[in-house]
Design a protein around this ligand. Structure first.
Ligand code: HEC
Length: 76
């Protein structure tokens, strides 16, 4: 899956991107993000287009953002 490849490249340093729900240094695992009712696709899109510290600015394309959101939501 395209989103998984992106997550492995850009997100894994800080987030747990697999099936585990561990929080690393304040960064929520993607499973937790997927399960949390407040993280709607729209909210994820806004966040990934313009993340705020401590998360770095990632300059993701709209396509990459859509792929990442599909991947995160598939982890539920
Ligand atoms: C340098 C570390 C770092 C990297 C790299 C990083 N993040 Fe984060 N991210 C964080 C931290 C820390 C938080 C918690 C921020 C907070 O609670 O204010 C966070 C929060 C989030 C959230 C929750 C946003 C919210 O509204 O609270 C999402 C979704 C997220 N990251 C997705 C990603 C994705 C997707 C990538 C890869 C493209 C990524 N992050 C890369 C550190 C990182």
């Amino acid at each position: 899956m395209a989103g998984e490849t992106l997550a492995k490249r850009w997100c894994v340093a800080c987030h747990d991107i697999g099936q585990s729900a561990t929080v690393k240094d304040g960064a929520p695992s993607f499973v937790e993000v997927a399960r949390h009712p407040e993280f709607s696709p729209d909210r994820l899109k806004v966040w990934l287009s313009d993340p705020h510290p401590p998360m770095p600015k990632l300059d993701l394309s709209r396509q990459s953002i859509d792929n990442l959101i599909s991947y995160i939501r598939s982890l539920k």
